[in-house]
Ligand binder design. Structure first.
Ligand code: IPR
Ligand code: MG
Length: 148
Protein backbone atom coordinates (compact mmCIF):
# COMPACT_ATOMS: atom_id res chain seq x y z
CA UNK A 1 0.00 0.00 0.00
CA UNK A 2 1.54 3.27 -1.12
CA UNK A 3 0.24 5.38 1.78
CA UNK A 4 1.16 2.92 4.53
CA UNK A 5 3.58 4.28 7.13
CA UNK A 6 6.55 2.34 8.47
CA UNK A 7 4.77 2.01 11.82
CA UNK A 8 1.64 0.66 10.16
CA UNK A 9 3.69 -1.80 8.12
CA UNK A 10 5.54 -2.98 11.25
CA UNK A 11 2.23 -3.52 13.03
CA UNK A 12 1.25 -6.00 10.32
CA UNK A 13 4.24 -8.26 11.02
CA UNK A 14 3.29 -11.04 13.48
CA UNK A 15 5.28 -10.79 16.69
CA UNK A 16 6.04 -13.26 19.46
CA UNK A 17 5.47 -12.32 23.08
CA UNK A 18 5.91 -14.37 26.22
CA UNK A 19 3.53 -13.73 29.11
CA UNK A 20 3.87 -15.15 32.58
CA UNK A 21 1.12 -16.32 34.91
CA UNK A 22 2.62 -15.76 38.35
CA UNK A 23 0.51 -17.81 40.70
CA UNK A 24 -0.05 -17.57 44.43
CA UNK A 25 -2.86 -19.61 45.90
CA UNK A 26 -5.70 -19.13 43.42
CA UNK A 27 -4.49 -15.63 42.54
CA UNK A 28 -2.60 -14.29 39.58
CA UNK A 29 -0.43 -11.18 39.25
CA UNK A 30 -1.82 -8.53 36.90
CA UNK A 31 -0.89 -4.93 36.14
CA UNK A 32 -2.84 -2.12 34.54
CA UNK A 33 -1.06 -1.17 31.34
CA UNK A 34 0.20 2.27 30.40
CA UNK A 35 0.71 1.86 26.70
CA UNK A 36 -0.64 2.93 23.35
CA UNK A 37 -1.74 -0.69 23.05
CA UNK A 38 -4.19 -1.88 25.69
CA UNK A 39 -3.98 1.29 27.76
CA UNK A 40 -5.62 0.99 31.21
CA UNK A 41 -6.29 -2.71 30.68
CA UNK A 42 -5.18 -5.44 33.05
CA UNK A 43 -2.43 -7.65 31.71
CA UNK A 44 0.01 -10.35 32.69
CA UNK A 45 3.68 -9.42 32.92
CA UNK A 46 5.62 -10.25 29.81
CA UNK A 47 6.78 -8.89 26.52
CA UNK A 48 8.50 -9.36 23.23
CA UNK A 49 10.77 -12.30 22.55
CA UNK A 50 14.24 -11.02 21.67
CA UNK A 51 16.48 -12.55 19.04
CA UNK A 52 18.06 -15.80 20.24
CA UNK A 53 16.07 -16.05 23.47
CA UNK A 54 14.36 -19.17 24.72
CA UNK A 55 10.82 -18.76 26.03
CA UNK A 56 12.13 -19.32 29.56
CA UNK A 57 14.85 -16.69 29.19
CA UNK A 58 12.35 -14.18 27.85
CA UNK A 59 9.91 -14.89 30.69
CA UNK A 60 12.62 -14.49 33.34
CA UNK A 61 13.93 -11.26 31.78
CA UNK A 62 10.52 -9.65 31.26
CA UNK A 63 9.30 -10.48 34.76
CA UNK A 64 12.49 -9.06 36.26
CA UNK A 65 12.29 -5.90 34.13
CA UNK A 66 8.64 -5.26 34.95
CA UNK A 67 8.22 -6.52 38.53
CA UNK A 68 11.71 -6.94 39.97
CA UNK A 69 10.86 -10.55 40.75
CA UNK A 70 13.30 -13.39 40.22
CA UNK A 71 11.48 -16.46 39.01
CA UNK A 72 12.48 -20.00 38.17
CA UNK A 73 10.90 -23.39 37.59
CA UNK A 74 8.89 -22.03 34.70
CA UNK A 75 6.40 -24.25 32.97
CA UNK A 76 5.07 -23.84 29.47
CA UNK A 77 1.25 -23.62 29.39
CA UNK A 78 0.21 -22.94 25.81
CA UNK A 79 0.60 -20.83 22.72
CA UNK A 80 -2.19 -18.83 21.12
CA UNK A 81 -2.52 -16.92 17.89
CA UNK A 82 -3.99 -13.48 18.50
CA UNK A 83 -5.27 -11.13 15.86
CA UNK A 84 -7.01 -8.17 17.39
CA UNK A 85 -7.48 -4.49 16.79
CA UNK A 86 -7.09 -1.44 18.97
CA UNK A 87 -8.87 1.67 17.76
CA UNK A 88 -9.17 0.15 14.31
CA UNK A 89 -5.50 -0.84 14.04
CA UNK A 90 -4.85 -4.57 13.57
CA UNK A 91 -2.20 -6.39 15.62
CA UNK A 92 -1.00 -9.96 15.29
CA UNK A 93 0.71 -11.54 18.30
CA UNK A 94 1.71 -15.12 18.91
CA UNK A 95 1.45 -15.34 22.69
CA UNK A 96 3.43 -17.97 24.58
CA UNK A 97 2.07 -18.45 28.10
CA UNK A 98 4.27 -19.70 30.92
CA UNK A 99 3.61 -20.10 34.60
CA UNK A 100 5.56 -19.96 37.83
CA UNK A 101 4.45 -20.28 41.44
CA UNK A 102 5.54 -17.47 43.75
CA UNK A 103 6.34 -17.79 47.42
CA UNK A 104 4.57 -15.51 49.93
CA UNK A 105 7.67 -13.47 50.71
CA UNK A 106 8.16 -12.35 47.09
CA UNK A 107 6.67 -8.93 46.36
CA UNK A 108 6.23 -7.31 42.97
CA UNK A 109 7.56 -3.77 42.48
CA UNK A 110 6.36 -1.41 39.80
CA UNK A 111 9.74 -1.13 38.11
CA UNK A 112 8.38 0.56 34.97
CA UNK A 113 5.78 3.08 36.21
CA UNK A 114 5.65 4.71 32.78
CA UNK A 115 4.24 1.45 31.42
CA UNK A 116 2.20 0.11 34.32
CA UNK A 117 0.07 1.63 37.08
CA UNK A 118 1.08 -1.12 39.49
CA UNK A 119 0.89 -4.83 40.18
CA UNK A 120 -1.75 -6.63 42.18
CA UNK A 121 -2.91 -10.12 43.03
CA UNK A 122 -6.34 -11.05 41.69
CA UNK A 123 -8.51 -14.09 42.30
CA UNK A 124 -8.80 -16.06 39.09
CA UNK A 125 -12.54 -16.34 39.64
CA UNK A 126 -12.89 -12.58 40.08
CA UNK A 127 -10.57 -10.97 37.56
CA UNK A 128 -10.55 -7.19 37.16
CA UNK A 129 -11.95 -5.46 34.10
CA UNK A 130 -11.13 -4.63 31.46
CA UNK A 131 -8.65 -7.35 30.63
CA UNK A 132 -6.17 -6.75 27.81
CA UNK A 133 -7.46 -8.34 24.60
CA UNK A 134 -5.19 -11.42 24.40
CA UNK A 135 -5.93 -12.33 28.02
CA UNK A 136 -9.64 -11.58 27.66
CA UNK A 137 -9.80 -13.80 24.60
CA UNK A 138 -7.98 -16.62 26.38
CA UNK A 139 -10.24 -16.40 29.44
CA UNK A 140 -13.33 -16.44 27.23
CA UNK A 141 -11.95 -19.59 25.57
CA UNK A 142 -11.62 -21.32 28.95
CA UNK A 143 -7.93 -20.68 29.61
CA UNK A 144 -6.91 -21.51 33.17
CA UNK A 145 -3.25 -21.25 34.19
CA UNK A 146 -3.54 -23.29 37.37
CA UNK A 147 -2.19 -26.83 37.46
CA UNK A 148 -4.96 -29.44 37.51
P1 IPR B 1 7.10 -5.22 26.13
O1 IPR B 1 8.13 -5.99 25.35
O2 IPR B 1 7.29 -3.74 26.01
O3 IPR B 1 7.03 -5.64 27.55
O4 IPR B 1 5.72 -5.57 25.42
P2 IPR B 1 4.26 -5.31 25.87
O5 IPR B 1 4.09 -5.67 27.31
O6 IPR B 1 3.82 -3.95 25.52
O7 IPR B 1 3.43 -6.30 24.96
C1 IPR B 1 3.23 -7.57 25.27
C2 IPR B 1 1.82 -7.98 24.98
C3 IPR B 1 1.41 -7.97 23.57
C4 IPR B 1 0.27 -8.92 23.33
C5 IPR B 1 1.13 -6.59 23.07
MG1 MG C 1 5.31 -5.99 28.84
Amino acid sequence: MADETVVEAAARIPKVVVVVCLLRGYKVLLGRRRSSLGDSMFSLPGGHLEYGESFEECAIREVKEETGLDIDQLEFINVTNNLFSEEGKPYHYVVVSMRAVLADHQHAQNVEPDFCDGWGWYEWNNLPKPLFSPLEKAVQAGFNPFPV
